[in-house]
Design a protein around this ligand. Structure first.
Ligand code: CA
Length: 224
């Protein structure tokens, strides 16, 4: 059972979230303004925070930034009303982990919550699995149906970056930093090309990626 803090000032939405997450087996606490949210998140331990953007007293952007500054590392899923807000979530250095644009479907919400909770559990496993693919960190190799894939070191780093941040939207810049380091000569276009190569090796149908999803205007998200 996970403890989830829901920060939402619209009672109907808050209630729906609470019902849905409780049904999923989580323990839910709801607060309705930004100041209370900061107090709750700093004073107690949660596994995940669902954070609305438009809130009384302090908006979701500010809450997120403040919590990260205070060293609170709980995964944060921002609930945004508009695409522009979503862009802001990923564009500003807020420290949010993911976002959902309202109105969102129940299934989508559950999937995101699950992904973030899974990611929050310490990544101690030396081998991560998704579908018939195994990412072996100890041996620095990736296997598919038991066969070792011929991945370049760069592709392996990219794969590792995806797996370590599964369920989270990663911008091209974040992927650049993770796989290439601080090589400034690399353009973001190169990231796209490498993602295409990686998809060819790990996706059952590379033309319709199941694991490495493109997130329009943002980057990529690994849903393994
Ligand atoms: Ca609101």
């Amino acid at each position: 059972m996970s403890r989830i803090l829901v920060v939402e000032d619209e009672p109907a939405i808050a209630l729906a979230l609470e019902d849905d997450l409780t049904l999923e087996g989580h323990q839910v606490e709801v607060v309705a303004d930004g100041e209370t949210a900061v107090r709750a998140a700093r004073g107690q331990t949660f596994d995940l925070i669902l954070l609305d953007v438009m809130l009384p007293k302090k908006d979701g952007f500010e809450v997120c930034r403040e919590l990260r500054r205070a060293g609170v590392r709980t995964p944060i899923l921002m609930l945004t009303a508009k695409t522009q807000e979503a862009e802001k979530v990923m564009g500003l250095d807020l420290g949010a982990d993911d976002y959902l644009t309202k109105p969102y479907g129940r299934h989508e919400l559950r999937a995101r919550v699950r992904a973030l909770l899974r990611r929050a559990t310490p990544e101690t496993a030396e081998v991560c699995r998704f579908g018939d693919v195994e990412v072996d960190f100890g041996r620095a190799e990736v296997r598919r149906a038991g066969e070792t894939l011929d991945l370049t070191p760069l592709e392996f780093k990219l794969m590792a970056a995806f797996v370590r941040r599964r369920g989270r939207v990663l911008s091209r810049q974040q992927l650049l930093d993770a796989a290439w380091g601080s090589d400034l000569a690399i353009t973001e276009r190169v990231v796209d090309n490498q993602v295409v190569n990686l998809r060819r090796k790990i996706e059952p149908d590379p033309a319709n990626p199941r694991y490495i999803a493109s997130v329009r205007g943002m980057g990529y998200r690994f849903d393994g």
